[in-house]
Design a binder for this molecule. Structure first.
Ligand SMILES: [Zn+2]
Ligand SMILES: [Zn+2]
Length: 150
């Protein structure tokens, strides 16, 4: 897969990584101090499903899914995620979930990294992947106390 050359995907063990900064593609800060999850700032996105729109606060602890949702997201439904500040879609049209082939949405992290998650209700719960640029990779390993052996 030559198009993958410039990115490195890392599966991170659950519960060992907390998102501290997250942005929409336009650069809006998505971190929310008013809806903390596990004592950490949550990641605020807007979710639209079955014609209803509401705020969704994502658990910033990687691999943990104690999200706070203002709307019901039925299992199997495809959710449209947008930035709550500027309305930009977070969907990535070029990628799909390896598990259920639904679309993917992306949350940007500092230094070119980002997190991807499946847009299908229910599948969201077990499909979350940290993707980071090569330059950011060593820093991630450092933060995890791990050594890269690539
Ligand atoms: Zn935005
Ligand atoms: Zn999926």
């Amino acid at each position: 897969m030559p198009e993958m050359r410039n990115r490195v995907e890392i599966m991170v063990p659950h519960g060992q990584f907390v998102v501290r900064q997250a942005r929409c593609p336009q650069g809006c800060d998505l971190m929310d101090a008013e809806h903390p999850i596990h004592d950490h700032h949550s990641i605020h996105v807007e979710a639209t499903c079955e014609g209803q729109t509401g705020s969704l606060y994502l658990d910033p602890v990687y691999g943990s899914h104690d999200n706070i949702a203002e709307l019901e997201i039925p299992k199997g439904e495809i959710v449209e995620f947008t930035c709550p500040h500027c309305g930009t879609s977070l969907s990535d049209p070029d990628r799909s979930c390896a598990k259920c082939s639904a679309g993917i949405f992306t949350i940007h992290l500092p230094k070119g990294g980002f997190i991807e998650a499946c847009r299908r209700g229910g599948c969201l719960n077990h499909r979350l992947q940290l993707v980071t640029g090569e330059q950011a990779m060593q820093r991630v390993f450092d933060e995890l106390g791990m050594d890269a052996f690539l």
